[in-house]
Design a protein around this ligand. Structure first.
Ligand SMILES: C=CC1=C(C)c2cc3[nH]c(cc4nc(cc5[nH]c(cc1n2)c(C)c5CCC(=O)O)C(CCC(=O)O)=C4C)c(C)c3C=C
Ligand code: FE2
Ligand code: FE2
Length: 348
């Protein structure tokens, strides 16, 4: 008579695989294409998120579905077309997220071997958070570390990414253990990676810029008064960067970009501030975007095209856009350090 464990299982018993730990990196999301319907699907999902737009759906949905989504997919699609990675047929955000994942996977494999799986997901569009949580569970992950790739916390980014993760866990019969990663804007390794990228960029110039503009994605001002710490996290990022670079107050400024809708957003607005700087005689500026872990439409198109134009139109002469940290080795090392710290006790 057989007495091994397998023979005692009911016939429909699922296969039990050796437990693994999953690390799921999460970014905002991006359209599958720049055509009208891909853009409409993506923007529709994004702008229906009440963490992003908190108006009553009774008022907001008719305006969104009938007015905004009949126009914006065309203008946003045209902007995406100018930055699209045509070879891979995907947006830069997608390409860079894949590169970051591959490098972090190698770092984790070198540290932990095959016990850790690393993958990425998006909050909006594909690959969805739900599909990637399912894939990790199917591959045997009994513990999942969820890492929203935003250095500064915002309800509209980190919290909604976590919401999607928790919602995916709600659908699991055997829910894996889970942890989420806190914002990392004040970690010395992240600040150092930013500082190194700025120093590298400055070292290649024959004359140092008059000022470094740190341009963060904005949020409505009201979100700050209602308790969202994003503004404070951004201000502290600039202060730490200033201290690390040894810059005087006059050579660095915090600004906010990408205003959407009629409300007041965090100020100063980057597009106006760069024009003011040019008019005030700061003809040579460098601009970086510390809130973005990867270059995307908001940096490659908005900063490097619209905001550059505003500066030059106001008499500015030298505009240098310093790319996001992307898959820079110092960035990957900083993110890996955050992951290792958050995995403590799970793999020892
Ligand atoms: C980095 C942090 C981000 C915050 C904070 C944020 C808040 C926020 N965004 C919108 C509206 C839009 N954002 C759009 C694109 C976009 N936003 C972020 C990041 C943050 N957003 C990224 C990384 C991207 C780029 C995605 C890509 O594929 O490249 C867009 C869509 C683009 C467009 O149509 O122009 C909108 C719209 C709001 C309303 C908001 C806070 C409430
Ligand atoms: Fe945004
Ligand atoms: Fe603040």
């Amino acid at each position: 008579m057989k007495n091994d464990v397998a023979s005692q299982l009911p016939p429909a018993h699922p296969t039990v695989t050796p437990p693994k730990v999953g690390v799921l990196l999460a970014n905002l999301g991006t359209p599958d294409g720049y055509d009208y319907w891909s853009m409409r699907r993506y923007l529709g999902e994004f702008l229906s998120d009440r963490r992003v737009i908190d108006y009553s759906p009774l008022l907001w949905q008719p305006l969104l579905q009938l007015v905004i989504l009949s126009k914006r997919p065309f203008s946003s699609g045209a902007a995406y077309k100018t930055i699209w990675n045509h070879e891979a047929n995907e947006s830069p955000l997608m390409t860079i997220t894949k590169q970051q994942t591959a490098k972090i996977k190698s770092a984790m494999q070198a540290r932990y071997g095959d016990d850790v799986m690393v993958d990425y997901c998006m909050r909006y569009g594909n690959p969805s958070t739900k599909s990637k949580v399912q894939a990790l569970v199917d591959a045997g992950c009994r513990k999942i570390l969820f890492f929203p790739l935003y250095p500064q916390y915002a309800g509209a980014t980190s919290a909604t990414a976590n919401d999607a993760f928790f919602s995916a866990l709600m659908q699991q019969k055997w829910q894996p253990d889970s942890r989420t990663v806190s914002p990392y804007f004040d970690r010395p390794s992240y600040i150092d990676a930013l500082a190194q990228s700025i120093e590298r960029s400055y070292a290649g110039m024959d004359q140092k810029p008059d000022i470094l503009v740190c341009s963060y994605h904005g949020v409505p001002e009201r979100y700050l008064t209602e308790g969202d710490p994003y503004h404070c996290h951004c201000q502290k990022t600039t202060r730490l960067l200033k201290e690390r670079l040894g810059l005087p107050d006059t050579e660095i400024v915090t600004t906010f970009q990408s205003k959407f809708g009629p409300e007041e957003w965090l100020k100063p607005y980057t597009v106006e501030e760069v024009a003011r700087l040019a008019e005030a005689g700061k003809k040579r500026i460098a601009i970086c975007a510390p809130a973005f872990s990867a270059d995307c439409i908001e940096t490659l198109e908005e900063i490097n095209e619209e905001i550059r134009e505003s500066f030059e139109h106001a008499g500015g002469e030298h505009f240098t856009y310093i790319p996001c940290l992307n898959d820079d080795d110092a960035h990957i090392a900083a993110l890996s350090e955050v992951i290792e710290e958050n995995l403590q006790g799970w793999l020892d």
